[in-house]
Design a protein around this ligand. Structure first.
Ligand SMILES: [Zn+2]
Length: 515
């Protein structure tokens, strides 16, 4: 490899809006504003790392200051465009707020805003990670933003907009950048490999794109590593070794054994994976991803590969949901399992035990009808939670005999729905203080004793109908009123009142609880 190897993220940094991958909405808005020469004085770009915030800001800077005039297509050839590309433009002041948190620094920089640009149309301040400024630095910035000189533009970028004061936010035109999709990243990786005339296996690039998790920069830095690891050739086996990934074919084989309910082969295969030193944590994650892919293939007619399509015909959507849930939970349990192999085995055995259908090797048609008609039952002892209104929820609350805080909380909830084994409730927001992880777990434990795998979502809100707690309070006060009226109407009591020429204070009549 050449001695002057330049990191790919820098070498392939986009120089124009056309070269910039993704962010279609932001691009469109900026291009329209530039072409109409209708420019705000402060722009704020937000989004996670590596999605193109500073790249967009630099392209915008060129568009604003290009010697050929303001437009969405800067010439790229004039001295200003070239200087901006090289990071040498005198009128583009780039600051990383993370290293300029002192107010003195910031103040002295902002004091210079009053001076005209040295050579360009505008003096542009590009402040990255602007949320890192100290409070006093924000004040200094705010002063300039309140009355910005005609010749100044601010381009602010941050991964953390919620840390910005509202006074700053309200003075900026805000753009929220999206994470890049797998295909957007993959496309760029291929483009780079082709431009560099390097060879690669498609699946390897796809795995690098996955690894980027929406960040082009992260994907490109892994691409850099992979190129030097494979001496210019990127193979699936190398990526697998670098990331500790398990062969996709192995995951398919395991899933096939699982869907065939072939417990013996499942266990033997896990043993084999473990002996080969494969990373079982990653294997379980890959399994979750495959379940997700199969689920999508079952519901939407996407262009999935043939293997995924075949697998999708061998299992019901219901079982797939359960398997997915179990694999996710299995990943969490892995850390506390006696060993990775045991954790992995137990997760897969659980899937085998909880499989509701008995499907394999039957004709596709029968299978399909079966999964449509039959309501799958997990294990005989447990029921599927089948309620669909508040009344049924209240009956259930009473029958489950919750205790203490948990009882108080459930009685203040309203039933929303049950969907995909997720029970959704709305908690009267006056009782937010009752809501804790502990209480939620306790509700789930009680529910799961009776019902098959269930999850819980509690939203906050104002009840539009009475909760069980409100009904109970109302019933209680009715009872007390009735008791008070009965007491006051009693002949003896009335005689007493007359004799002593007095009135009994109604609020002093209380129910006495027997100890
Ligand atoms: Zn230019």
């Amino acid at each position: 490899m050449s001695k002057n190897y330049q990191v790919l993220a820098r070498k392939y940094r986009p120089h124009s809006f056309t070269e910039l991958v993704g962010q279609a909405n932001t691009k469109k808005t900026l291009i329209n504003a530039l072409d109409a020469n209708n420019l705000h004085h402060a722009f704020l770009f937000t989004g996670t790392r590596g999605v193109g915030k500073t790249s967009i800001a630099r392209i915008l800077a060129k568009s604003i200051n290009c010697e050929q005039g303001v437009s969405s297509v800067p010439c790229g050839k004039c001295s200003t465009c070239i200087e901006i590309d090289k990071g040498q433009s005198i009128d583009l002041i780039e600051l990383d707020a993370a290293s300029h948190t002192g107010v003195d620094n910031m103040r002295s920089i902002l004091e210079n805003t009053q001076y005209l640009p040295s050579k360009n149309r505008y003096k542009i301040y590009l402040i990255d990670e602007v949320h890192m400024l100290s409070k006093s630095s924000f004040n200094a910035l705010l002063k300039t933003l309140e009355e910005p000189p005609e010749h100044v533009k601010f381009l602010l970028a941050t991964t953390n907009p919620q840390k910005l004061p509202l006074t700053i936010l309200s003075r900026c035109l805000q753009f929220t950048l999206q994470q890049l999709t797998h295909d957007e990243i993959l496309g760029q990786l291929k483009f780079i490999m082709d431009s560099e005339a390097l060879s690669y296996e498609e699946l390897a690039l796809s795995q690098i794109a996955d690894f980027g998790k929406g960040s082009m920069r992260d994907a490109l830095s892994l691409l850099d590593q992979s190129i030097s690891y494979g001496k210019g050739i990127i193979t699936n086996a190398d990526i697998k070794a670098m990331l500790g990934l398990v062969h996709h074919e192995d995951i398919i084989t395991l899933t096939t054994h699982l869907f065939n309910q072939d417990a013996k082969s499942v266990i033997n295969f896990i043993k084999d994976l473990s002996h080969r030193g494969e990373n079982l944590n990653n294997a379980l994650k890959d399994l979750s991803s495959l379940f997700h892919k199969i689920s999508i293939a079952q519901i939407v007619n996407t262009k999935s590969d043939r293997t995924t399509k075949n697998l999708s015909k061998q299992i019901s959507n219901f079982d797939l949901q359960i398997f997915y849930q179990m694999s996710i939970n299995g990943s969490k349990d892995m850390a506390i399992a006696p060993s990775d192999q045991i954790g992995f085995e137990m997760t897969l055995l659980r899937m085998l035990a909880f499989r509701s259908d008995n499907p394999p090797n039957t004709e596709k048609k029968t299978l399909k009808i079966k999964s449509e008609v039959k309501t799958p039952v997990l294990i005989e002892k447990k029921e599927i939670l089948n309620i669909n209104n508040q009344q049924q929820w209240e009956t259930l609350i009473i029958s489950l005999e919750f205790k203490g805080n948990v009882k108080m909380l459930v009685e203040n909830t309203l039933f929303d729905n049950v969907s995909n084994t997720i029970l959704t409730l709305t908690l009267d927001d006056q009782f937010t203080n009752l809501l804790s992880n502990h209480v939620q777990k306790s509700i789930l434990t009680t529910l799961r004793k009776k019902f098959s795998t269930l999850n819980l979502v509690i939203n906050l809100g104002k009840p539009n109908i009475q909760t069980l707690a409100q009904k109970k309070t109302q019933a209680y006060s009715k009872k007390i009123t009735k008791m008070q009226t009965k007491f006051l109407n009693d002949e003896g009591v009335q005689k007493l009142e007359k004799t002593f020429d007095t009135k009994i204070n109604i609020n002093s009549i209380k129910e006495i609880k027997h100890v």
